[in-house]
Design a protein around this ligand. Structure first.
Ligand code: SAM
Length: 257
């Protein structure tokens, strides 16, 4: 079979998971940005209930947990990520307050109005921004907060090449003002938005992948799917380098009213 028509959607999920378990983060972000987003949230107490949805291996969760009180539940679809997440929590001596569970963000195991804070970095796209905001709102207490990072356009127009890439990857990508309007419509006061700095992509996401890609290619020598996966990650990086003035991740912080 020719590889030409394979897209990232067709890759073996186990292979994708294996690739990303070698990284501290599975998406763009940084400890500084997690803490900046957290600075917009009113102080929490020791009894606070927090969910980190689409937590991956927990890079951002551990940062959050080191700076906020309460219990944090990390949820991710992939058991391999959750195993690593729980090992990470133990490594940071956070295991009493931070627990990872396998689950689907489309049917979360929380009661209505149970949560004080919903955290989700680079993950809501899996359910869709608007749907996630609406569904997850029920789980938040009144006055509770949501903090989400999400791919967004910085301009109303952009070159066709990057537009088409995103229309294939995530057609719900939109401008910051549209995302804020969706947040408001879903019943949140938009408290803050800010663009993640470039180093969240370059230093924290793409740079660590260079060594991982070499290792991964050696481990899967001759496997066309693994080669394709690496090629796709490299292509995404080149697209970012070329078109970063048109898109990036934006943090959206809202308060349930
Ligand atoms: N939040 C992490 C970070 O910023 O490093 C991970 C971000 S990664 C781009 C997206 C995460 O969403 C992955 O860990 C993936 O396994 C998870 N995911 C995908 N679909 C999901 C679903 N239906 N329910 C829960 N998690 C899901």
């Amino acid at each position: 079979m020719s590889n030409e028509n394979i897209s990232i959607h067709d890759f073996d999920f186990n292979l994708i998971c294996e690739y990303f378990t070698n990284l501290e983060r599975q998406g763009p972000g940084s400890p500084e940005v997690t803490l900046k987003a957290f600075s917009f949230i009113e102080p929490l107490t020791d009894t606070a209930c927090i969910a980190d949805i689409g937590c991956g291996t927990g890079g951002q969760t551990m940062t959050l947990a080191q700076h906020c009180p309460g219990q944090i539940t990390g949820i991710d679809l992939f058991p391999l990520f959750i195993d690593l997440f729980n090992r990470n929590a133990t490594k940071h001596n956070l295991q009493e307050r931070v627990k990872g569970i396998t689950g689907d963000m489309a049917s979360l195991p929380f009661k209505e109005e149970e949560l004080d804070l919903i955290w989700s970095e680079g993950s809501i796209y899996n359910i869709g921004f608007e749907k996630g905001l609406n569904e997850w709102r029920k789980l938040l207490k009144r006055g509770g907060y949501i903090a989400i990072s999400e791919a967004s356009w910085f301009t109303v127009e952009r070159p066709a090449k990057i537009h088409d890439f995103w229309m294939d990857a995530y057609p719900e990508i939109d401008t910051v003002s549209h995302k804020v309007a969706q947040m408001e419509k879903a019943g949140y006061v938009p408290v803050a938005t800010f663009i993640l700095p470039e180093n969240c992509w370059t230093d924290h996401f793409y740079a660590p992948q260079i060594a991982v890609q070499e290792m991964f290619l050696q481990q899967h020598a001759g496997n066309p799917t693994a080669e394709m996966l690496v090629r796709e990650q490299r292509r995404e990086k080149l697209l970012y380098d070329k078109y970063k003035e048109y898109y990036g991740y934006v943090f959206y912080i809202g308060k349930k009213i």
